[in-house]
Design a protein around this ligand. Sequence first.
Ligand code: GTR
Length: 323
Amino acid sequence: MKFRHALAAVAIAVSAPTAALAQTVLKAADVHPPGYPTVVAVENMGKKLEAATNGRLKIQMFPGSVLGGEKEMIEQTQVGAIQILRTSLGPIGPVVPEVNVFNMPFVFRDPAHMRAVVDGPIGQELLDKVSASPARLIGLAWMDGGSRSLYTKKAVRKPEDLKGQKIRMMGNPLFVDTMNAMGGNGISMGYGEVFTALQTGVIDGAENNPPSLYTANHFKAGARYYTQTNHLIIPEILVMSKVAWDKLSPADQALVQKLAREAQLEQRKLWDAAVADYTAKLKAEGVEFIVIDNKPFYDATAPVRAKYGAQNAELMKRIADVK
Ligand code: GTR
């Protein structure tokens, strides 16, 4: 009897570390709250990964900026502390300058044009540029962030109305230049600081898509006017830390890549529903949607496209040629 117990104990001692070693939990992060399209798509990707590997590979999602702001999370992903990150491409620009071609104002005609570009060879080329750069990030897939418009405390209809207004932009000098060209004063700031900055008057407005405006509650901090400038159509990107990627077998890398592409398509469906849903919710909360002709904003930002597009003229032409 005693002998059998001893044997069982040995068996446990041997199998426990093996089992622990065999399971890899990939930490995924997002600034958005649970239920947001990007968060749900990555969680579902995790469920498929777990099923396909019999639990050997798992994704654990950390939503709502619990692991830091986007800039900090990018840094953590670069060093391997976060393994999978869904981020706007905006703050990736300072780390991988080649992606800035997608971050330029009015580079895409509309969200459908952006989708056609990221789904085609140009989208793959940019993911490859991220992976090949010294940033230690692997570009897995694109997600949809719709189009970004201005939200302010005072109504804006034309570039002159932005005079003297401090508008929060994402952390990338390209965006500060964009806002300055649009007529306002661009202030670079993390997403998590926008609510308080609006409340305390540090800024007069910001810009984003309807799902972000609603879920981050910025309309409750005084930004009641939503002017349809549609000046930035920035794709979101799903990246993996190269540290984590290099530890995967080629077969697992291919599986992660395949599931990331599926997440790209799933997120898109969730996104379309979220835009409709949150637009209705914002209107119900009394946010005024101001429809304008955005040509004056397009014209005003021509110098920004000239400055940042100069080294990418051919690529910009190829983007424009995508139907
Ligand atoms: C959202 C985007 C986030 C974050 C945020 C911001 O639209 O999904 O990744 O970049 O904008 O403005 O900081």
